[in-house]
Design a protein around this ligand. Sequence first.
Ligand SMILES: *[C@@H]1O[C@H](CO)[C@@H](O)[C@H](O)[C@H]1NC(C)=O
Ligand SMILES: *[C@@H]1O[C@H](CO)[C@@H](O)[C@H](O)[C@H]1NC(C)=O
Ligand SMILES: *[C@@H]1O[C@H](CO)[C@@H](O)[C@H](O)[C@H]1NC(C)=O
Ligand SMILES: *[C@@H]1O[C@H](CO)[C@@H](O)[C@H](O)[C@H]1NC(C)=O
Ligand SMILES: *[C@@H]1O[C@H](CO)[C@@H](O)[C@H](O)[C@H]1NC(C)=O
Ligand SMILES: *[C@@H]1O[C@H](CO)[C@@H](O)[C@H](O)[C@H]1NC(C)=O
Ligand SMILES: *[C@@H]1O[C@H](CO)[C@@H](O)[C@H](O)[C@H]1NC(C)=O
Ligand SMILES: *[C@@H]1O[C@H](CO)[C@@H](O)[C@H](O)[C@H]1NC(C)=O
Ligand SMILES: *[C@H]1O[C@H](CO)[C@@H](O)[C@H](O)[C@H]1NC(C)=O
Length: 816
Amino acid sequence: METVNRNFLLLLVLISLSCIVQCTHVSHDGRALIINGERRIIISGSIHYPRSTPEMWPDLIRKGKEGGLDAIETYVFWNGHEPLRREYNFEGNYDLIRFIKEIQNAGLYSILRIGPYACAEWNYGGLPAWLRKYPGMQFRTNNQQFKDEMATFTKLIVDMITKENLLATQGGPIILLQIENEYGNVMGPYGDAGKEYIKWAANFAVSLKAGVPWIMCQQDDAPQPMINTCNGFYCHEFTPNNPNSPKIWTENWTGWFKAWDKADPHRPAEDVAYAVARFFQRNGTTQNYYMYHGGTNFGRTTGGPYITTSYDYDAPLDEYGNLRQPKWGHLKDLHAVLKEMEKALVYGDYSNEDRGNGIEVTKYKLNTTTACFISNKDTAKDATVDLNGSKYFVPAWSVTLLPDCKTEAYNTAKVKAQTNIMAKKVNTVEEPSALRWSWRPEPLKKQVEDKHFSFQSNQLLEQITTTFDESDYLWYMTSFHQPHKKQLKLSVGTTGHVLYVFLNKRLVGKQYAPNGGFEFTFERNVTVRHGKNNLALLSATVGLKNYGSFYEQMPAGIAGKPVKLIDGNNTIDLSNSTWNYKVGLVGEKKKFHLDFRPFKWISFMLPVNRPFIWYKTTFQAPSGTDPVVIDMFGLGKGEAWVNGNSLGRYWPSYNNTAQGPCGNCDYRGKFSEDKTCRTGCGEPAQRWYHIPRSFLKSGEPNTLILFEEEGGSPRRIQFQTVTVGSVCATAEKGQNLTLSCPEGGSISKIDFASYGEVHGKCGAFQKGSCESQDAFNVVSQACVGKESCSISVSKETLGANNCGDIPFKLAIQATC
Ligand SMILES: *[C@@H]1O[C@H](CO)[C@@H](O)[C@H](O)[C@H]1NC(C)=O
Ligand SMILES: *[C@@H]1O[C@H](CO)[C@@H](O)[C@H](O)[C@H]1NC(C)=O
Ligand SMILES: *[C@@H]1O[C@H](CO)[C@@H](O)[C@H](O)[C@H]1NC(C)=O
Ligand SMILES: *[C@@H]1O[C@H](CO)[C@@H](O)[C@H](O)[C@H]1NC(C)=O
Ligand SMILES: *[C@@H]1O[C@H](CO)[C@@H](O)[C@H](O)[C@H]1NC(C)=O
Ligand SMILES: *[C@@H]1O[C@H](CO)[C@@H](O)[C@H](O)[C@H]1NC(C)=O
Ligand SMILES: *[C@@H]1O[C@H](CO)[C@@H](O)[C@H](O)[C@H]1NC(C)=O
Ligand SMILES: *[C@@H]1O[C@H](CO)[C@@H](O)[C@H](O)[C@H]1NC(C)=O
Ligand SMILES: *[C@H]1O[C@H](CO)[C@@H](O)[C@H](O)[C@H]1NC(C)=O
C-alpha cells in the first residue's frame, strides 16, 4: 500500500508540474473569457469534423487560423459515434480525438459543444434513432431513460478527451464545453419537466469536473455556473443572464443551409462583417462563425429532413475547402483590426453615443489608449459622421473601426479583399461517352408479390419506430379480394417523405412531400382484378427531423393514415388489414455498393429512366489536387458511393420551386434566409456532389456505384475539378491593391484593368470615359506570371487619368 500511495503522490506532483509548465487556465468575468489571467477576445469558427475527411482537416484548420480565428468549434455527433447501442465509432471522419489534436497542432483553441443534442441540420438532431426502442422514451426532457443515456454518452466523451489530455487545464486546446443546445427556444411546451431537465443537465455537467467553463446557448434561465450564450444572425442586443457572464455569440450564421426545395441562399460578406462588428461594438468579446466550413452530408444518416447533401452554408471556406472570397478575406481583415483593438475592448471603459438617424459612436478608453466604432444602421442612407473634428463617410448598414479613434482601419461595407470566381473544369480523361456502365436491378419481386416479409401487424406502423432508421426504406404489403375487375380510386395518406405504390407487381405511381411539408395523400385511379390483388407500398425517408419541441415524435411513413379503395360511394378501408413489413432493400442488405460480386453486374442493354436500378462504372481520378465533383445531371434520386465511401443522397431531378427574385442582392438591411440574395431559383437544388480526394486512388480505376431509386440516366455524368477561374479586386487612390491565385497557381493573364471610372462588378467590369492609358500595361507587368502581386494605387504608378471630380478607382480582373 505504501508504494502505491507514494507512486500516486508522485503522479499528482508530476501532473501539477506539467500543468505549471503548459496548462491553460480558463475562467471568465462579466466582460470576457479570461485565459491565463488575461481577458481575451476569442474569434471562433465552426467546422463539423464528419462533414469533411481527416485528410482535409489540417488544411481547413490552417485556413481558419490564417483567416484570423483563435478557436475551432464543433458539435459532437452522437448518432455517428454510437450507431448501435454501445457499439462505438470513432474512426475516419468520426475520429473526434484526431480532429481536436489537429486543432491543437495548429495552435488554436477548441470549443466542444457536446450537447449531445446538436440540431445542426443533422439527421434526428444527432440523437440515435435506437433510443426510440425504449418504451416511454422522450428526448430532451425530465425522462430518466433519456437522462441516463445522455449522461452515459456525455461522460464517455469527457472521459475520452480527459484521457487524451485535451482540456485546457491539462495543457490541451479545449477552453469551453457545451451541454444541451438551444433548448430555451423549444422549452415552453415541456413545462416543469423542461425546467427540471435543464437544472439536471447543468448539475450533471458541473459534476464532470472538467475544469473549463460550460456554456448553454439560447438558454435565458441557464443555472449558474453555466454561461448562457446567444445564437442568431445578429447578437449585439443580447445580454447574458448573470453580471458575471461575458457576452458570447455561439452561432453567428455566415449564411444558411440548403434544402432540396430551396434555391441557394447567400449572405453577403458586408452583412456578416456588419453583424460581427456590431457585436464587438456593443462589448461582445467571444463569437463563433456558424459555419466557417460547412462541408458535406456524407452518408444517409447525416443530413436532416430534406436537407441537401451539400452543407456549404455560404461559409468563408466553401464545401470543398476553397477560400470563399471576398467573404474569407473581408472577415480576416476585420479580425486583424479587432485584435489591434483587443486591450481597449476587453479592459477599456465603454461609452456609447446615439447620434440619431441610426448613427451610433462608441468609444473604448483605456488609460491613454482609445478605440472607436461608428455604426450606421440606416438601411438606405449613407452618412458623414464627425468625430473629434474629422469627417468619416459611413455607408448605410455599415460599421467603421478606428483603432486609435482617428484612422479608419476598416469599414464593413468597403470590401478590400479580392473576389474569386470559382470554375468547374471538365475532366478530359473521362468524357461521359467514355464511361462504361454496367447495372443490376434491385430485386423487388418478393416484395411486390408480398412473398417475403419480416413481421406482420394489423395496423399501419409509424416508420421511425419500425426501422429505427437502419434504412431509409420500409415496405408495407397487403392483399385484398375483389369480386370483379374494375377501376377504383386508390388513396394512401402518408406522413412522408417519398412513396412508391405497386399494385399487382406494377409500379402505379410515386410521390414525394411537397415544398416544406411532409404529409400528403397519394391518389390514383387503378384497375383491380378479379380475385386476389397485391398492394405493396414502399415508403422512404429523406433525413429525420432535427428541431422543435418533441421533434422526435413527428411521424414518418404511412403511420395509421388510411389506405383506401374508393368505388363510387363505397369505400374499402385497408388500414386494419393484415400488413406485412420488411425494412430496407435487398441491395442495401447485400451491400451492392461494396461490389463483393463484380461478376453479377450486367454490361449490356443499359436501362435508363427505369426505377430501382443499381449502376456501376470505373473511372480515373482527375489529375492534380483541385477538389473533385461529379455532375449528376440526368439522374433522379438515390445514393452514390465511390470505392465504397458514400457521397450522400443525390436528387438532381428535384428542381426547387423557389420563385424569384433571384440573384439580385443588396447587403443592406436585416438578413433573412429568404432575402433576395439567392441563386439557382427553379433549378436542381444540388447537381454537383463532392468526391473528397482521399476517396480516390490515383493511377488505378476507381469504382462509382449508384442506387437510382426514381429512374434516370447515368449517361451525362461528368467528373470535374473545382478551381479558381477569375480573381478580381478594386482599390482607391492611396491604397494598395493585392491579387493572389491559390497556392501553386499563378496569374496567367489580365482580363481587365482600368484606372478610372469603372462600372459593374467582378465578371462584368466596364470602363468609364476617363481611364489612364497605362494602367493595363503596368498591371500586366506587375502581375502576369506571379502567384501574387501588389500595386500601389496612384498616378505615379498607373499614369494620370482625366477623371477630375468623378469618383475613380483601380479595378482588375485576372485569370489564375
Ligand atoms: C455592455 O453594454 C451594455 C449596454 O449596451 C451594458 O448594459 C453592459 O453593462 C455592458 N457590459 C459590460 C461588461 O460592460
Ligand atoms: C492603466 O494604467 C494603470 C495605472 O494608471 C496601470 O496600472 C495599468 O496597468 C494600465 N493598463 C494598461 C493596460 O496599460
Ligand atoms: C481629439 O482631438 C484632440 C486634438 O486633436 C486630441 O488632443 C484628443 O486626444 C482627441 N480625442 C480623442 C478621443 O481622440
Ligand atoms: C379517376 O376517375 C374518375 C372517374 O372515373 C375521374 O373523374 C377522375 O378524374 C379520375 N382521376 C384521376 C386522377 O385520373
Ligand atoms: C352516391 O350517393 C349519392 C347521394 O347519396 C347518390 O345520389 C348516388 O346515386 C350514389 N351513387 C352510387 C353509384 O351509388
Ligand atoms: C382500426 O383499428 C383501430 C383500433 O385498433 C380502430 O380504432 C379503427 O377504427 C379501425 N379502423 C377501421 C377502418 O376499422
Ligand atoms: C430543371 O432544371 C434544369 C436545369 O436547370 C432544366 O434543364 C430543366 O428544364 C428544369 N426542369 C423543369 C421542369 O423546370
Ligand atoms: C502599400 O505597400 C507599401 C509597400 O509594401 C507600404 O509601404 C505601404 O504602407 C502600403 N500602403 C498602404 C496604404 O497599405
Ligand atoms: C448569427 O447570425 C444570424 C444571421 O445574421 C442571426 O440570425 C443569428 O441570430 C446570429 N446568431 C446569433 C447567436 O446571434
